[in-house]
Design a protein around this ligand. Structure first.
Ligand code: HEC
Length: 148
């Protein structure tokens, strides 16, 4: 990022030198600078716009769940069947260890996350799931039912 910014800067400095020679005003050069640097600063701002504390396990867990699990465990539209069962707190409460274990190992139908996620991250997902209320039965669902 740093070297990019430096490259872009020296690149535009050259350009600005030419333009200044051609009689360009200082103000327009500032404008040119901000236009040139704008795309470089934009992704950096979008990277972490979460207002919540980064150490909050529920927030972390929700984000990890959306990234890794929601493709199978949340229903995208009313008519889309889900591949996996919906997950919520009643399913997790009191059997946290078994759930952590299951997420790590996976099953025939679900990939294990032992190598993809740290133990602390799996734990954060479990903490997040413990905040999720039981969803209303909305549409066709597949894979519902106890695993063990
Ligand atoms: C490729 C689709 C897929 C992904 C991705 C996936 N799962 Fe699953 N999951 C399933 C399926 C299917 C089942 C049903 C279990 C079975 O039949 O083996 C399941 C079952 C479970 C269960 C057991 C539910 C119960 O009834 O005890 C838990 C907990 C679970 N998943 C958590 C997760 C978590 C957490 C993630 C993300 C880190 C995740 N899953 C990612 C498909 C998936």
């Amino acid at each position: 990022m740093l070297s990019w910014a430096v490259d872009a800067k020296s690149g535009s400095l050259d350009l600005a030198g030419h333009l200044a020679g051609a009689g360009m005003k200082y103000g327009s050069m500032i404008l040119l600078f901000s236009i040139l640097l704008f795309p470089l600063t934009l992704p950096a701002q979008n990277g972490n716009n979460s207002p919540a504390a980064p150490n909050d396990p529920v927030t972390l867990g929700r984000r990890l769940f959306q990234q890794n699990c929601s493709v199978c465990h949340t229903q995208a539209t009313l008519t889309n069947p889900m591949y996996g069962p919906s997950l919520y707190r009643d399913l997790v409460n009191g059997r946290e260890d078994a759930v952590r274990d299951f997420i790590g190992k996976g099953s025939d139908k679900m990939p294990g996350f032992r190598y993809g996620l740290k133990a602390s991250e799996i734990n954060a997902i479990v903490e997040y799931l413990k905040t999720v209320p039981k969803p209303a039965q909305r549409g066709p669902q597949k894979g519902e039912g106890p695993v063990d």
